[in-house]
Design a protein around this ligand. Structure first.
Ligand code: CO
Length: 462
């Protein structure tokens, strides 16, 4: 029977979607050797928000985390999520930074890079794909799935062909908001299977309740790998459950190469982790529920919580409904960008500003201006002409690739750190300068303490 493989997301996406990536390395370290024995296609464990959360909240070196996972899981492929030319941040980086980041990720233990661009603009993936292939890792090109008048199957298939021609070894349909229905998933996978030869990976979220059904229908249509989360970290804004999907797929006769007893062990391990997160309030039961609203307002869970936080901070939560109505209008004005980082933040902030100012585009954010100038890539659809004129005046938008206009960043960053920093530190600094600097300072402090302690201990021994 046809094999279907599973990627486990508990360390990255489920951790990010349910508890804002606050699981420290120590919390999951003991179960890593077990995860390594389960028979997963891959462990998604790095990238996205893990890098930021490690530096900002967990006082962890993200590179060290990766190396430790690698050491504990020698047999399973480690996977990361990369925002193409944005790396792990919210803006475009020059090519030297992208190339070094990809190279160092692979050197430190990554086997598979899932690379996406919020606008599905192939030019923003080319360098990352090229460098991944050069370093002998697997490049997985991701298609950001969204609903809009221009995002039909034909649009996605055209993009898939571009990805395949750049040499990606797998193509992932990335449904970050969990809005791809079983029918849409089935039709899209069928269309892809007729056009491209690379294996198809499905990434969705259980947010709207569609996820389990969508994964099943995608497999029926020929999908080769699906993303799931171990059951006690599954559902809600995370992925559908690993064990449940394995059970269903086997009943339909698919060969799922997963060790059930090992999965049970993994789930037992994470139960108290989840219980602690619930008790501390880190895990909000709301995110575990089913929220079909996203099918109508098209706003992904993470973006909604950001909007609520923004409005609460400004004591304007009563304007939430108005902002939710404005959001799809702003998205249309901007040519229907998929609502994924950094576009979701950009559209959300602009919609909020339009409502709170009482006048549309009275204030246009710096990011939206850059976007309209073409600095994030090509808009999927047509940008509203009046808005475009308001930003550009008589100037023409950039039609080339924005990264080509950026000066190299790596050596400048190394110099800013005193010239002797490791490549990994330089990259942390390029990605998140303030957080990285604060982290480096704390790490130095710790080293000093350890040193004094060692010296004293030696004296005592003597
Ligand atoms: Co996701």
């Amino acid at each position: 029977m046809r094999p279907v493989q599973l990627t486990e997301t508990v360390l990255r996406d489920a951790n990010q979607s349910l508890i804002a990536t606050r699981m420290p390395f120590e919390a999951f370290a003991p179960i890593l050797p077990t995860l390594d024995r389960a028979g997963y296609y891959s462990l998604e464990c790095w990238g996205g928000a893990t890098f930021d959360a490690c530096l900002r909240y967990l006082d962890e070196d993200p590179w060290e985390r990766l190396r430790r996972i690698r050491k504990a899981c020698p047999n399973t492929k480690l996977q990361m999520l990369l925002r193409g030319q944005n790396l792990l941040g919210y803006k475009h980086y020059p090519d030297d930074a992208v190339r070094l980041f990809v190279k160092k990720s692979i050197e430190n233990g990554i086997d598979i890079l899932r690379i996406f661009d919020a606008l599905n603009d192939i030019r923003n993936l080319e360098v990352a794909i090229d460098e991944t292939l050069k370093n002998g890792a697997v490049a997985s090109g991701a298609i950001c799935f969204t609903h809009s008048p221009i995002h039909d199957a034909e649009h996605f298939v055209r993009y898939a062909k571009q990805l395949e021609s750049r040499g990606v070894q797998t193509i992932c349909i990335k449904d970050m908001a969990g809005i791809m229905s079983p029918k849409e998933g089935y039709d899209l996978v069928r269309a892809l299977k007729e056009t491209v030869k690379t294996p198809i990976v499905i990434h969705t979220h259980a947010t709207t309740g569609l996820g389990f059904m969508t994964l099943l229908k995608c497999v029926e249509a020929g999908a080769d790998v699906i993303d799931t989360a171990i059951s006690c970290f599954s559902g809600g804004t995370a992925q559908p459950a690993t064990e449940t999907m394995a059970y269903v797929l086997r009943q339909y006769g698919y060969d799922v190469p997963l060790q059930d007893a090992v999965c049970r062990e993994i789930n037992e391990f994470f139960k108290p982790v989840r219980a602690d997160a619930l008790k501390s309030g880190l895990l909000n039961p709301v995110v575990m529920g089913t929220q079909p609203e996203a099918l109508i307002d098209q706003i992904p869970g993470g973006m909604l919580s950001n909007l609520v936080a923004q409005l609460t901070a400004q004591k304007k939560l009563d304007q939430l409904d108005a902002v939710l109505e404005e959001t799809p209008r702003v998205r249309k004005d901007l040519g229907y960008p998929p609502l994924v980082t950094p576009m979701s933040q950009m559209v959300g902030v602009q919609a909020t500003s339009n409502v709170l100012a009482g006048e549309r585009y009275k204030n246009i954010s710096k990011e939206v201006k850059s976007y309209i100038r073409g600095e994030y890539g090509r808009a999927p659809g047509k940008i509203d002409p009046a808005l475009q004129a308001a930003v550009l005046g008589d100037a023409a938008p950039l039609t080339g690739r924005f990264a080509d206009t950026l000066p190299p960043a790596v050596e400048a960053a190394r110099a800013a750190l005193g010239g002797k920093a490791s490549d990994e530190d330089v990259l942390s600094y390029i990605a998140f300068p303030a957080q990285a600097e604060a982290f480096f300072a704390k790490r130095e402090e710790k080293k000093k303490h350890t040193f004094t302690y060692t010296v004293r201990k030696v004296e005592e021994d003597a």
